[in-house]
Design a protein around this ligand. Structure first.
Ligand code: FAD
Length: 277
């Protein structure tokens, strides 16, 4: 049995990183992803690396989505990026606001992701399928859960086709978010973003920055393992597989894996779910 899934990568910074990612992708393709997406650095800082990686994935015969963030960007710069992506044969975008490092003024022509989505639709019609980000545990800068849901609705109405969640470890937050989306009359699939746990300090750092909650029982156990990476990985596989099982039992039809450019954990989780080839 295969499970519809997508895989996310970040653009490697070195030739060694690129070679490792190529090898990881070849292993992950056994999962038959619907598409692979590649992140885009703040203010377009990784544009070349993002587009190069997207291009490689397309050449490997797999559908690729480019992330595209708008904070700090001009309309001209986004127009140019859309033209390049179109010429590469890209059909799918993950459209985001992005985050600029603190201390930077935006200096750009977009405020929110919804502005970017409206701009893409205005410039290119239905040429691209557009995925957007959403936050079952509420975006850290949102004034309230309600205003974050309104902001999400604005993105959907601006022309988003699918939503991918920030990662979370509390399935109830996802189920409630999906309920609220339905109650708001928004017809959009909300794909859970799944973060395999392989490195405890990195996970704590990311989660603090992006507002994803690590439940106390998980945090304390990870802290208790110290540098024992074998135990961290074994525990992480149990926790994340159980989360996926709960999500699937509750109706989640597909998953988006934040692979962190590694193959082992995602492959093992899918194997345990009975979906790996
Ligand atoms: P928005 O949807 O614009 O929301 C940002 C904040 O503004 C929220 O608090 C929202 O409630 C609020 N808001 C939105 N509209 C309004 C409004 N009209 N009035 C008042 N408040 C409003 N970052 C990267 O830099 N590169 C990537 O490749 C990348 N990929 C990601 C992929 C996924 C699946 C996810 C979940 C996140 C990703 N991020 C990425 C992180 C993302 O850029 C940050 O979470 C960022 O802080 C918000 O981006 P957004 O597109 O969700 O913004």
């Amino acid at each position: 049995m295969t499970l519809p899934l997508s895989l996310e990568f970040f653009p490697p910074k070195t030739p060694e990183g690129a070679a490792k990612l190529r090898a990881a992708r070849q292993q992950l393709y056994a999962l038959q992803p619907e598409f692979c997406s590649v992140t885009y650095g703040a203010g377009g800082s990784t544009q070349q690396g993002t587009f190069d990686t997207v291009s490689e994935i397309l050449m490997e015969g797999v559908d690729a989505a480019s992330h595209l963030s708008c904070i700090g960007a001009t309309k001209e710069k986004v127009r140019e990026a859309l033209g390049l992506l179109d010429a590469m044969g890209v059909k799918r975008l993950v459209a985001l606001r992005g985050d600029l490092p603190s201390g930077y003024g935006t200096g750009g022509e977009f405020t929110y992701a919804s502005d970017l989505i409206a701009f893409i639709r205005n410039e290119t019609g239905d040429k691209f399928k557009i995925d957007v980000a959403c936050y079952p545990e509420v975006h850290p800068q949102a004034r309230s859960a309600e205003s974050d849901m309104k902001a999400f609705a604005t993105k959907v109405r601006a022309g988003a086709n699918t939503a991918i969640t920030q990662y979370f470890f509390n399935a109830d937050a996802y189920f409630r978010f999906v309920d609220e989306v339905q109650k708001a009359g928004l017809e959009i699939a909300v794909v859970p973003g799944i973060m395999p746990i392989t490195n405890s300090s990195q996970l704590m750092r990311f989660s603090d920055a992006c507002g994803a909650e690590i439940p106390r029982w998980i945090r304390l156990r990870l802290e208790g393992f110290g540098d024992d990476t074998k135990s961290i990985k074994a525990f992480g596989l149990d926790v994340v597989t159980a989360l996926c099982e709960k999500l699937r039992a509750g109706g989640a039809g597909c998953f988006h894996f934040y692979t962190m450019n590694q193959s082992a954990a995602t492959l093992e989780i899918c194997k345990r779910l009975g979906t790996a080839q």
